[in-house]
Structure formats: C-alpha cells, structure tokens
Design a protein around this ligand. Structure first.
Ligand code: ZN
Ligand code: ZN
Length: 353
C-alpha cells in the first residue's frame, strides 16, 4: 500500500510504500475511498499553531511525532477485521465513515463519551496514521458509521468540517426561533454551519465576512443578514437586532473577529471560538459578570455528535460543503492549493480511479 506522510516539518509529503496492515484484536482495516484535506493538515505539516503576538504552540509538545500520515476525514470500505472485532465481520465491504478523534479510552473524559477532549488522544491522521493512504487501521468498530447510502466525498467531510460546525452549534443554548445567531467567516466551515443551523431550526442568522463574494453566498444559502465586519456601521447594526445577539460562533479566530463578536453580544450572550487563525484579546474582567457573558472554545466533536450529524444530513438530504474530488497522488498539490487560499469548498482525495 501507498501512504503520503510528513517526514519532516514544513517539507512536502513523502510517498511511502509498505506492506498492507493486518488487523489485530478489535482493529478494523479500511480500504480508503475518500479523505478530505483540512486546514489542520497544514498546521500539522508546519508543526505549530500561531497563538498571536509572535507566540507559537508546538505540536511536537502535544504528542505529534514524525513521521505522520495526515488525513482525518476518512471514508472507506471495511476490508479486514481483527479476531475480536466481532460484529464488524458482518459489515465487510460496507462503506463507512471513521470517527477520527479517538482518545485513550480509559480516562474520565473518554468514559463519558468526550474522547475528543482526552489529554492523551490517539487521533487518526494526527497521532496515528490517517487517510492520505490506501489503507487505514481503526482501533475498534465502534468508531465506524455506515454511510453506504451517502455521497462518499460529501460524507467524508462530516468527520471534521461538518462535525466541527455541528458541535459548535450544539454549544449555543437558547431558542432557535427567536435568538439571533452570528456566524463569523463564510468559508467552508461557516457555510456548513449556516446550512446546519437552518436544518436545526435557526431562523435569525447573521453572517459576517470581509469578502463580498462570501457574503453573497451566505445570502443565497439562507442567511437573513450579512455584514462586513470591517464596515464602520457593522457593529451598530449588530447591536440593533431585535432581542439582541444571543450567540456568536467564530470560524476565523483573530483579534478583530473576537472584538467584533464580544462587542456585539447581548447580556447573557455566548461567544464560541472555533477558528484558529491566530490572535489574542484583552478583556475587561468586570464586564464578564456585568454582561454575564460566556466565552468558550469548541474543538471538533464527540462520537455521539458525529452519529447525530450523519443522521441529520441523511434526513434532510443536506450537502454541507461543495467538494472537489482529486486523486490521492495529488495530496501535496491539494495541500498547496489550500495553503494558497485557492479552494472554494473542500478538496477530497479519491483512492480509486
Ligand atoms: Zn480537520
Ligand atoms: Zn482518554
């Protein structure tokens, strides 16, 4: 089998040819069909996140060792199952989506179903080999969700981009029929969130983006209002919405977008940060209790949320993001295009001609 791995930070992917994996214990081997190319893959290859103010978060210190085979939006057919993988034998040949945000399986977070928050994560495509490869080993069949009836490219993106948008939406309390929701950033994640928010019954959605084309797109997808956060009047417009702004989800995550969201929220409002573009903010602490604000981060999502999301997408016939499918051997070129900002939706690698 072939895999495309990062063998040195900030360097192009290397193709490695090796023997096909043999599943042990509860493991399941997938013959890959699709794998999405995500911004996180760019960070993993660079080896750090920009924390703002010149500071960096090293991924090596967070347990990411080299070589790493990238790719966490993994969809494939069950090709082989280990002797203890039990019921998965009956699903041989089925097309499944893999939940990649796997934890240690033993800590309190994992046992309470929040494996994505485990401090000793063993995520596919991060800590263990991912989907920029012809085959992937998944440690247990419980991480697999049958998606035989869904479009494979679109379904692959649910494991990260879709799940990230969905989990963030689940964190905003309130009444979707009454409360105004602000989505900052109308790129792939923002568009997914917009479509999901509509499916979840949100009717008062304002989308902020500095790019006119993305604002147009957001209107076409059902946003009630769009704003350019760089516009002098945008803040006042946000403050003027009837009943006030109840929640903001920030898919960009810069100093400017944080300021925009925090200034716009009503009393009791929630600010959920998803994007990791990089930046920092100074907060006046008395304003947190006085305005009863909640600040929170949202990182991907848990296994139950991914199951719920697949179900929601299936029931509503949703396509969350436009996908462009390219062959696996173009993984490096796909990453470069993403890095250059030249991707409108999501590039998905295809493992079959
Ligand atoms: Zn991702
Ligand atoms: Zn754990």
């Amino acid at each position: 089998m072939r895999r495309y791995a990062v063998t040195e930070f900030s360097r192009p992917l290397c193709m490695v040819v090796e023997d096909d994996p043999v599943p042990h214990g509860t493991e399941v081997v997938l013959d890959l069909q699709r794998c999405g190319v995500c911004h996180t893959d760019l960070h993993l290859r660079e080896g750090h996140y920009d924390l703002g103010g010149g500071k960096r978060l090293s991924l090596a210190e967070r347990g990411v060792g080299l070589p790493v085979t990238l790719g966490h939006e993994i969809l494939g057919r069950i090709a082989a199952v280990g002797p203890e993988a039990g019921e998965a034998v009956g699903s041989l040949g089925r097309s499944v989506l893999a939940y990649p945000w796997i934890g240690c399986g033993a800590c309190h977070r994992c046992l309470s179903g929040e494996e994505n928050l485990c401090a000793a994560g063993r995520c596919l495509g991060v800590h263990r080999p991912g989907g920029y490869a012809e085959k992937v080993v998944v440690p247990h069949p419980r991480y697999l969700i049958d998606v035989e009836d869904l479009d494979p490219s679109a379904a692959a993106t649910l494991a990260c981009s879709g799940l990230t948008a969905y989990s963030a939406l689940r964190k905003i309390a309130g009444d979707p029929a009454q409360d105004w929701l602000l989505l900052i950033g109308a790129g792939g994640l923002g568009q997914s969130a917009l479509r999901l928010a509509r499916a979840l019954g949100h009717v008062r959605i304002v989308v902020a983006d500095t790019a006119p084309a993305k604002r147009e797109r957001a209107l076409a997808l059902g946003a009630d209002r769009v704003l350019d956060p760089a516009d002098a009047g945008a803040r006042a417009e946000l403050l003027a919405v009837e009943t006030g702004l109840a929640a903001a989800i920030d898919f960009v995550g810069t100093t400017e977008t944080a300021r925009f969201a925090l200034d716009g929220l009503r009393r009791g409002g929630r600010y959920v940060v998803v994007g990791m573009f990089g930046g920092e903010v100074t907060l006046s602490l008395p304003l947190l209790p006085l305005r009863a604000l909640t600040l929170m981060g949202s990182y991907v999502g848990n296994l139950d949320e991914l199951r719920d999301l697949v179900d929601l997408v299936r029931r509503h016939g949703l396509t969350l993001v436009e996908t462009e499918t390219v062959p696996l051997d173009q993984a490096e070129a796909a990453m470069r295009r993403l890095e250059a900002g030249a991707v409108a939706g999501r590039i998905v690698l295809s493992h079959r001609a």
